[in-house]
Design a protein around this ligand. Structure first.
Ligand SMILES: [Ca+2]
Ligand SMILES: [Ca+2]
Ligand SMILES: [Ca+2]
Ligand SMILES: [Ca+2]
Length: 386
């Protein structure tokens, strides 16, 4: 009787965890087929960074978007608060001190956020996804950090990610999105100014978490790459007229969460970094040049691997990868030797549930800094390169 009750309790527990919205609590299962990477300093100081908390009380935050929004020469940032349905704006007052104001007080399930010049007026705008509202919005910046909210689509089922890019290369910026609950990859064609037309790319990307853009086959047009939590990493080949053909890169990427395109091995074609959450893995997929990919593990102990960002973080001419893993509260920098061999530099193992990664030179000293949105810690943390 007791054993049965216990069993029922655990069954209920598992079921509840699986239904708890976006970021399922999942057991961490390390991948088994890779070498353990080199380890290096275990905190920001030792790694050559100064850690500073720049925002607090941002509940279940997902991401930041940093730029000089008010045109006064310093870097400001916006950040989402999922719990309270907020997009917040932190104006830099100088000396890396930030003043908080509410940019949007009613974006239900405020999620990943991005930036770009949406309406081609030379000023950086902000885009955001409201997961619970099935909504994508943009905020038009007047160049002084005053924002006007404009809805792009409020029928995007489980709006999850949005990036600003001129996908069709006609001179204006379009928006490329993923919809978790709609299993959809879609883009919004900018038809001048800021009038958008929705174009569906795929409706079989199960729990689509992230879509990014790069020319993956080197034919001159922009393709789309995606990570789907249902277990797929894919790319969508553009025929040159924004008709897309889906190619599955990895059909067994359990809990694929994030992708970031980069030429990892410097052979002239775009490879792909990815965070595979249920494999606890940070990986890269090497492109043979024709859009055929092979799988390489960078870190198989990234428990709760959530986000990757390909960037030449030390400006030595090759693309490194920054990685956030939620279940071991770790932010790591994997330094690339230019051939796809990596050395791990741990920036933090005590940041509570890191989700969002953004690289920006916050103090304009020509060294790249890192902003991290800590979901469980409800903070934005700045790692400033010394
Ligand atoms: Ca500013
Ligand atoms: Ca365009
Ligand atoms: Ca292409
Ligand atoms: Ca390459």
């Amino acid at each position: 009787m007791f054993a049965l009750a216990l069993l029922l309790f655990f069954s209920a527990g598992v079921s509840l965890a699986q239904q708890s919205g976006d970021d399922e609590a999942t057991p961490s299962v390390p991948a088994s087929d890779a070498a353990t990477p080199e380890s290096a300093p275990a905190d920001a100081d030792a790694a050559g960074f100064t850690k500073q908390v720049v925002a607090t009380n941002v509940k279940k935050t997902h991401a930041t978007a940093a730029a000089d929004y008010d045109s006064d020469g310093d870097i400001d940032f916006a950040v989402t608060d999922y719990r309270n349905h907020l997009v917040l704006y932190y104006r830099n007052k100088g000396g890396n001190q930030f003043e908080r104001t509410v940019l949007d007080g009613n974006l239900k399930g405020a999620y990943p956020i991005g930036l770009g010049d949406v309406n081609k007026d030379g000023k950086m705008d902000i885009v955001a996804a409201g997961y619970l509202a099935d909504t994508f919005v943009w905020y038009r910046n007047d160049g002084k950090g005053n924002f006007t909210r404009i809805v792009i689509d409020n029928h995007a089922n489980g709006a999850h990610s949005i990036v600003v890019v001129d996908l069709d290369k006609d001179g204006d910026n379009d928006l490329v999105t993923s919809w978790q609950d709609g299993n959809t990859i879609a883009w919004y064609e900018n038809s001048g100014g800021s009038n958008f037309t929705r174009r569906i790319v795929d409706t079989k990307s199960t729990k689509a978490k992230r879509a990014e853009v790069a020319d993956m086959n080197g034919d001159g047009d922009l393709d789309i790459v995606s990570a789907s939590f249902g277990g797929q990493v894919s790319w969508f080949e553009n025929n040159g007229n924004e008709q897309f053909t889906k190619h599955v890169i990895d059909a067994a990427a359990r809990g694929a969460y994030y992708v970031s395109p980069a030429d990892v091995d410097k052979d002239g074609d775009m490879d792909l970094y990815a965070a595979i959450r249920r494999e606890s893995a940070i990986v890269w997929y090497r492109n043979d040049g024709g859009g055929n990919f092979s799988y390489h593990v960078i870190d198989n102990k990234a428990h709760g691997a959530r986000t990757v960002l390909g960037v030449d973080f030390d400006k030595d001419g090759d693309m490194d990868v920054l990685a956030a893993s939620v279940d071991n509260d770790t932010v790591a920098w994997h330094r690339n030797d230019g051939k796809g061999n990596f050395t791990r530099v741990v920036l933090d193992t005590k940041i509570d549930g890191p989700y969002g990664l953004e690289v920006v030179d916050i103090n304009k000293d020509n060294k790249l800094d890192l902003l991290v949105a800590a979901n469980m810690g409800a903070q934005v943390v700045l790692y400033r390169r010394n």
